[in-house]
Design a protein. Structure first.
Length: 108
């Protein structure tokens, strides 16, 4: 991670902002008798916050890993209407039966 002293950072701050936003590479700024700070793109900060939040939910890490290993044909696409109505929370047996029917139909 590049490091700049505060004097250089002050002179080129707008350039630094543009570079960090464009490249998503953080930059450390140091100052005499000051704690260093890191400049990161806003979207990167939001992504970090989301990761921390999701990691704080018990079992979420394992669920994400398991989901990443699930074949796409076994996944269900939810519409906003499904979520609003709560039908996206339907029982696993019903979802598995539906997936099995679809897989059977496509293999014939």
């Amino acid at each position: 991670m590049p490091t700049l002293n505060i004097s250089t950072a002050r002179k080129t701050f707008f350039k630094i902002m543009d570079e960090v936003a464009r490249t998503h590479h953080p930059i450390t700024v140091t100052g005499q008798n000051r704690q260093p700070v890191v400049i990161i793109a806003e979207q990167d900060w939001r992504d970090i916050q989301e990761t921390i939040y999701l990691s704080s939910i018990p079992g979420m890490d394992e669920s994400i890993i398991r989901g990443g290993k699930t074949p796409i044909l076994k996944c269900k696409a939810w519409t906003p209407r499904d979520v609003e109505s709560g039908s996206h929370k339907a029982g696993t047996k019903r979802r598995k039966a539906s997936v099995a029917r679809k897989a059977s139909a496509t293999s014939q």
